[in-house]
Write a protein that binds this ligand. Structure first.
Ligand SMILES: Cc1cc2nc3c(=O)[nH]c(=O)nc-3n(C[C@H](O)[C@H](O)[C@H](O)COP(=O)(O)OP(=O)(O)OC[C@H]3O[C@@H](n4cnc5c(N)ncnc54)[C@H](O)[C@@H]3O)c2cc1C
Ligand code: SF4
Length: 494
C-alpha cells in the first residue's frame, strides 16, 4: 500500500489550520484541506505494514485501538496515492456512513494505532478521510441512492444524532420505510447543536440531512417523543423502534453558590450560540454574549474547550478553564502501549486561540472550585479555588488532597459548567417500559435489543457519552439487528 519508500521520503502533514488570531474573528471552520499533491504524498506514507492495526477497532485495557468502524484505511491511502479518488470514496463509504463528520472531528484513534507511529509521526489518516469525501461531494460523485424496491415495514428512529442517522441510512437502504423523530428544530443531534460551527460547519450537516431525505428518509422535527407522540402510539404504528436519544443529561454542579445567576450549563450556552448563528447570523441577539466578560469554565474536557473557543470568538475579556486532573503526558506512557491510542497532551484549537489572544494557555490543572460567590442581586461575582495534589496509592487508587496556602479568588461574570454528562434522560425509557441501568438504556452491544419486544437502543443513550465514530458504529449495528428482527418476525407470521 502507498509508496514503499514514502514513509522515509515525506513528512506528515495534516489539514491546514488558519492562524488563531484570524480565525477567532468568525465562526467559520478553522481548518482547510491540503492540496491534491500533498494528499498524494500523505497517502504514500502508508507503509504496507502487513497487519494494519489502524483499522482493527478494538479496546485494549480500556483504550481504543484502531478505527471503531473498521475503515479499510490502507486501501484508501493507496488509492489516494495513485490518484484513484472515486475508488477511494467507494471503499470509504463501505464502512462509514458519514466520513465528512469523522474526517473533521473524530479524535482519530486510528492514528494512535498506526504502525508508522511507533517511531515516526503517524499517517495523516483523518485528513485523508475528510479529503476523500469532500472531493466526492465537489465532483458530484455523492448522489442520492434511492432504493429500487420498498418493503412494507415501518421503522421509527428517535433521535437524529449520528447513531440515529446511521441506523436510518442503513435501514432505508434495505428498502424499509424510515421516519426519524427529533425534538429539536434541526436534525443532527450534537452534530448540529453540540459541536460548534468552527469545528463542523452546519452546512455540512444539512447537506447530509438533505441527501438522506432525497433517499427517502422522513424527518419529523420539533417532535418530542413521549410528549408530542406517545410510546404506545409509536409501537402501534411502527414495526420496530430505535431509541437513539443520546446522553446529554448534564451532571449538576453541587457547591455553595451554584444557583447564582450567570452559572450556566455548557450545553445551554453552545446550543444557544449555534441556533442564533443559524437563525439570524446573531442578529436576533438571543445567544448569551461574552463580549467584555470574564468567563470561567468548570470542567477540563472537550465540551469546556468548545465553550472557551466560543467565548473567545465573542470577544470575552478573559477566559480560564478549570480541570481537576494534572496535564496529560507529552509522550506515550508504559500503561498505554502501542497500538492503544494514547491519551496525550495537546494544544487543541480552543487553547491555541485563547493563547494567541491572551498570551497564555487558559487551562488550569489540579484545581478545585470551593464556592461560587454572588453579588447582592444574586449574580455570580467570583469563584474561590484551591490547588490539589493527585495521589495514586499502592493499590492504584487515585485521590486528591488540597494544597494549603493555594487558595485563590477569580472574578467571573459567567461560569460555564462542563463537568460531563450523567447519561440518558429516563422519562422516555419509562414510557416505553425499557430498563435503565447506570443512566444508560439497557441493551446488549450484541443484539441492541431492549427488554421490550421490537424496541432497540443505540449510541450514547446505550453506551454512555462517547464519540461520533462509536455512535455511527452502533447505528450501523443496530440497523443490522432490526433488519434481522423484521425478517424473523415476518417469517414467523407466514
Ligand atoms: C460539546 C460537545 C462536543 C463534542 N465534540 C465531539 C468531537 O469533536 N468529536 C467526537 O467524535 N465527538 C464529540 N462529541 C460527542 C458526540 O457528539 C456524541 O458522542 C454523539 O453525537 C452521540 O451521538 P448519538 O446519536 O448517540 O446522540 P446525540 O448526538 O446526542 O443525538 C441524540 C438526539 O436525540 C434527540 N432526542 C432526545 N430525546 C428525544 C425525544 N424524546 N424525542 C425526540 N428526539 C429526542 C436529541 O434532541 C438529539 O438530537 C461532543 C459532544 C459534545 C456535547
Ligand atoms: S472514523 Fe475516526 S478512527 Fe476511523 S479512520 Fe476516520 S478518523 Fe480514524
Amino acid at each position: 500500500m502507498g509508496k514503499p519508500t514514502g514513509f522515509m521520503e515525506y513528512d506528515r502533514k495534516k489539514v491546514t489550520e488558519k492562524a488563531p488570531l484570524a480565525r477567532v474573528k468568525n465562526f467559520e471552520e478553522y481548518t482547510a484541506r491540503l492540496s491534491d499533491a500533498d494528499l498524494t504524498t500523505q497517502g504514500a506514507r502508508c507503509m504496507d505494514c502487513g497487519t494494519p492495526f489502524c483499522h482493527m477497532g478494538i479496546e485494549i485495557r480500556g483504550f481504543a485501538a484502531g478505527c471503531p468502524i473498521q475503515n479499510v484505511i490502507p486501501e484508501w491511502n493507496d488509492l489516494v496515492y495513485h490518484g484513484q479518488w472515486q475508488e477511494a470514496l467507494e471503499r470509504l463509504m463501505m464502512t462509514n456512513n458519514f466520513p465528512e463528520f469523522t474526517g473533521r472531528v473524530c479524535p482519530a484513534p486510528c492514528e494512535g494505532s498506526c504502525t508508522l507511529g511507533i517511531n515516526e509521526p503517524a499517517v495523516a489518516i483523518k485528513s485523508i478521510e475528510q479529503s476523500i469525501i469532500d472531493k466526492g461531494f465537489e465532483m458530484g460523485w455523492v448522489q442520492p441512492r434511492i432504493p429500487q424496491q420498498r418493503t412494507t415495514k415501518k421503522i421509527a428512529i428517535i433521535g437524529s444524532g449520528p447513531a440515529g442517522l446511521a441506523a436510518a441510512d442503513e435501514l432505508n437502504q434495505c428498502g424499509h420505510h424510515v421516519t426519524v423523530f427529533e425534538r429539536d428544530d434541526r436534525a443532527g443531534g450534537l452534530l448540529m447543536y453540540g459541536i460548534p460551527n468552527m469545528k463542523l460547519d452546519k452546512k455540512i450537516v444539512e447537506r447530509r440531512i438533505h441527501l438522506l431525505q432525497a433517499e427517502g428518509i422522513h424527518f419529523e422535527l420539533n417532535t418530542a417523543v413521549g410528549i408530542d407522540i406517545t410510546a404506545d402510539e409509536l409501537k402501534a404504528q411502527y414495526d420496530a423502534v430505535v431509541l437513539a436519544t443520546g446522553a446529554t443529561k448534564a451532571r449538576e454542579l453541587r457547591m455553595p453558590g451554584s444557583e447564582a445567576q450567570g452559572v450556566i450549563p455548557a450545553m445551554t450556552y453552545l446550543h444557544g450560540v449555534t441556533k442564533s448563528l443559524l437563525d439570524s447570523n446573531f442578529e436576533d441577539e438571543r445567544a448569551l454574549n461574552m463580549k467584555g466578560k470574564n468567563v470561567l469554565v468548570i470542567g477540563g474536557g472537550d465540551t469546556g474547550a468548545d465553550c472557551v473557543a466560543t467565548a473567545v470568538r465573542q470577544g470575552c475579556q478573559s477566559v480560564h478553564q478549570f480541570g481537576k486532573h494534572p496535564a496529560l503526558p507529552v509522550k506515550r506512557q508504559q500503561q498505554q502501549p502501542w497500538p492503544a491510542d494514547p491519551q496525550l497532551y495537546k494544544l487543541d484549537y480552543a487553547y491555541a486561540e485563547a493563547d494567541a489572544k491572551f498570551g497564555g494557555d487558559p487551562r488550569e490543572y489540579c484545581i478545585q472550585t470551593k464556592k461560587i460567590v454572588a453579588d447582592e442581586q444574586g449574580r455570580v461575582k467570583e469563584l474561590h479555588t484551591v490547588q490539589m495534589n493527585k495521589i495514586v496509592n499502592d493499590e492504584g487508587y487515585a485521590y486528591f488532597e488540597e494544597i494549603p496556602g493555594t487558595e485563590k479568588v477569580w472574578p467571573a461574570d459567567y461560569v460555564f459548567v462542563a463537568i460531563g454528562f450523567e447519561g440518558t434522560e429516563s422519562a422516555l425509557a419509562q414510557q416505553f417500559g425499557v430498563n435503565v441501568l447506570n443512566n444508560r438504556l439497557y441493551a446488549s452491544g450484541r443484539d441492541y435489543a431492549t427488554t421490550v419486544e421490537g424496541v432497540f437502543a443505540a449510541g450514547d443513550a446505550r453506551r454512555g457519552p462517547s464519540l461520533i465514530v462509536w455512535a455511527i458504529k452502533e447505528g450501523r449495528e443496530v440497523a443490522a439487528q432490526v433488519a434481522k428482527y423484521l425478517t424473523e418476525t415476518q417469517a414467523l407470521a407466514q
